[in-house]
Design a protein around this ligand. Structure first.
Ligand SMILES: CC(C)(COP(=O)(O)OP(=O)(O)OC[C@H]1O[C@@H](n2cnc3c(N)ncnc32)[C@H](O)[C@@H]1OP(=O)(O)O)[C@@H](O)C(=O)NCCC(=O)NCCS
Length: 181
């Protein structure tokens, strides 16, 4: 039965948009296979030369088109932001979000979170969820601003330094729903 349902399920779609931020015209669109190099370059920039995801993981993630939606922000064909969402029946899980260092603090992270939240709402998910390093105050500020709350701690979650992760959730029904409309 499940297999039959999967056979008929369709790829998640996103219609490209342009936005003006800090006097630059940026494009937000779905990530495609040809973006793998650009996404790795972005992740290397953000994580001091060491991308946490290799080429094959990025390729697989952006090609899970029936269960995932990856968006990129482009400035003149350079990828300066990326966000990933795995869409389940009730929960949509944010797998990654990153903005190139030079472009941070200009509203791109918030823009990506709002886009992905709106998409989850359209898909009638009840919640958005994610994990974030306990030390990552910048990202936590962004998530809290959008209505995320900590529902638990995942001990020693990160393999590189065994740092704990905050397990955060945003309920899309009720008051926070307005944020994403
Ligand atoms: C977290 C990240 C995606 C935010 O993207 P960004 O484009 O810089 O964020 P924005 O400019 O949209 O800012 C949104 C909010 O984030 C928080 N924020 C952004 N920069 C901050 C800083 N330097 N210090 C504290 N809070 C900050 C603020 O709450 C801000 O809202 P405000 O502008 O109303 O104060 C970006 O900093 C990044 O790529 N960091 C490295 C990768 C990472 O940590 N990813 C998260 C993994 S869970």
């Amino acid at each position: 039965m499940l297999k039959e349902l999967n056979f008929f399920s369709v790829a998640h779609e996103y219609h490209q948009k342009t936005v003006t931020l800090d006097q630059r015209t940026l494009t937000i669109r779905r990530a495609m296979t040809q973006d793998v190099r650009g996404i790795i370059a972005l992740l290397k920039d953000v994580y001091s030369g060491r991308s946490p995801w290799g080429t094959s993981i990025v390729w697989m993630e952006i090609n899970r088109i029936k269960t995932s939606l990856y968006l990129v922000v482009e400035d003149e064909q350079m990828i300066v932001g990326v966000v990933g969402l795995r869409i389940g029946q009730k929960d949509a899980h944010i797998t990654n979000i990153a903005v190139m260092r030079q472009y941070q603090g200009k509203g791109i992270g918030k823009l990506l979170m709002l886009e992905i939240g709106r998409y989850a709402l359209q898909k009638e998910c009840d919640t958005l969820s994610l994990e974030v390093r306990q030390s990552n105050q910048t990202a936590q500020n962004l998530y809290r601003q959008l209505g995320f709350e900590t529902r638990g701690v995942k001990k020693r979650y990160y393999h590189d330094n065994f740092e704990d992760a905050l397990d955060m959730v945003c309920r899309l029904k009720g008051a926070t729903r307005r944020v994403f409309q």
